[in-house]
Ligand binder design. Structure first.
Ligand SMILES: [Mg+2]
Length: 399
């Protein structure tokens, strides 16, 4: 079931006005003369908006409305997370103070015996991120500033999913990306595995050799096997790939297989990475206390939102481990990275092919220049939808 709303009404944003004496002066412009103070704010609406583009493209954005036209916006949201927001999180959010996101997160994490993973926590992540956007708009600060950060640019690594691995094309692309200013490139070695035996290992080592030859020693190279290997295959590959000095090898095994990560990390000098499928700080803790990885790749749209990712960063900092968030999406990840020390969060992932069209509906798609992404100076995450691209907006419900 869906309810159509006027696109114009939806895009009006924080126009209506009002401010109470307890609201900082900077809010007078944004919220006018009668808005309640922080302690009295209440969520008045939770809407999952399906945007349809003039080109037929669709995307889901979560909009959380509060008093005086204040709103939080976040997206695109995965459909399975959107369903969770609609069916579980919405009714527990209406009437709550939107500035109490930490309390809400904790309450919802305790509210369901299946809360500690998967789609439930993806839905909670969407709410958490939209509430951070709302907090940013209330404070008139970008989220990374609200989190205490001072870096207004973050370094991106080129994530090369989907590019040809034919030797000439591979080397040409790697050189091109280096010229564009990327000092770090991640390539995928996920099309072969144990079924391919020594020949598979040799081909996956050859990918490393070709790339090192193409970019020289001044560029970091990372490799992602996306669950396709076993321990023997990973060890055989790493013994031969070590001399090319990879920055990390990512997800050689399913992240459920903690023991394999522990054994592999003991045996190889190549830092091991995983975490895009971590849900909450407790998943991360299991890996860190066992010295199983050197790079945590928790995704703020899947692991519990900005609120959870900053806790994960603190935990990682205790262990001397990097947090380099998974980059299926960028807004939350780049604001958290900009807010933490560069020694903890040195990079964000930029999936070159995917990102070229992922933010179709937005006016300011994050885009690296010379390998760096500029943080917005707009409040919240700075997401602004481009009305000229939207043909239709529906409020979705799943009953
Ligand atoms: Mg990955």
């Amino acid at each position: 079931m869906d309810r159509r709303i006027g696109r114009r009404n939806f895009l009006l944003g924080v126009g209506a006005a009002g401010v109470a004496a307890s609201v900082p002066a900077s809010h007078a412009t944004a919220f006018g003369a009668t808005a309640p103070g922080a302690e009295n704010l209440k969520v008045s609406s939770v809407e999952m908006l399906q945007l349809t583009g003039k080109n037929g493209r669709k995307a889901l954005y979560l909009k959380i409305g509060a008093d005086a036209g204040l709103e939080g916006l976040y997206g695109p949201v995965d459909e399975i997370a959107a369903i969770m927001v609609d069916r579980i999180f919405k009714r527990r959010l209406i009437g709550q103070n939107p500035l109490s996101g930490e309390a809400y997160w904790d309450r919802m994490f305790r509210a369901d015996r299946h809360s500690r993973g998967s789609h439930y926590i993806m839905g909670l992540s969407a709410v958490d991120n939209a509430l951070w956007d709302l907090r940013g708009k209330f404070s008139q600060l970008p989220v990374y500033r609200l989190l205490g950060g001072s870096r207004d640019k973050v370094r991106a690594y080129a994530s090369c999913l989907g590019f040809s691995q034919e030797p000439n094309a591979l080397q040409a692309k790697a050189k091109e990306l280096t010229k564009e200013g990327y000092r770090h490139q991640k390539w995928f070695v996920r099309s072969r595995g144990p079924k391919d035996g020594p020949e598979g290992v040799a081909k996956d080592v050859e990918v490393v050799r070709l790339l090192r030859e193409a970019v020289g020693d001044g560029v970091d190279l990372m490799f992602d096997a996306f669950w396709q290997w076993d321990l023997n295959y990973a060890l055989a590959w790493s013994r031969r790939a070590e001399k090319y000095n990879p920055r990390w090898i990512e997800e050689p095994f399913q992240s459920a297989n903690l023991d394999a990560f522990i054994e592999f990390s003991r045996e190889t000098s190549i830092p091991v990475a995983t975490g895009e499928h971590f849900y909450g700080r407790w998943d991360v803790h299991k890996f860190l206390k066992n010295d199983a990885i050197m790079v945590v790749q928790a995704d703020p749209e899947w692991c519990g939102g900005v609120s959870e990712l900053i806790k994960i960063c603190t935990l990682a900092s205790v262990h001397g481990v990097n947090v380099i968030p998974h980059g299926h999406s960028l807004h939350a990840a780049m604001h958290v990275v900009a807010s933490r020390p560069v020694e903890v969060c040195p990079l964000v992932e930029y999936l070159i092919q995917k990102m070229s069209n992922y933010y179709y509906f937005e006016k300011h798609a994050p885009q690296p220049v010379d390998g760096m992404i500029q943080l917005p100076d707009r409040p919240g995450f700075g997401i602004e939808l481009d009305e000229s691209k939207i043909k239709d907006t529906k409020v979705m419900t799943w009953t």
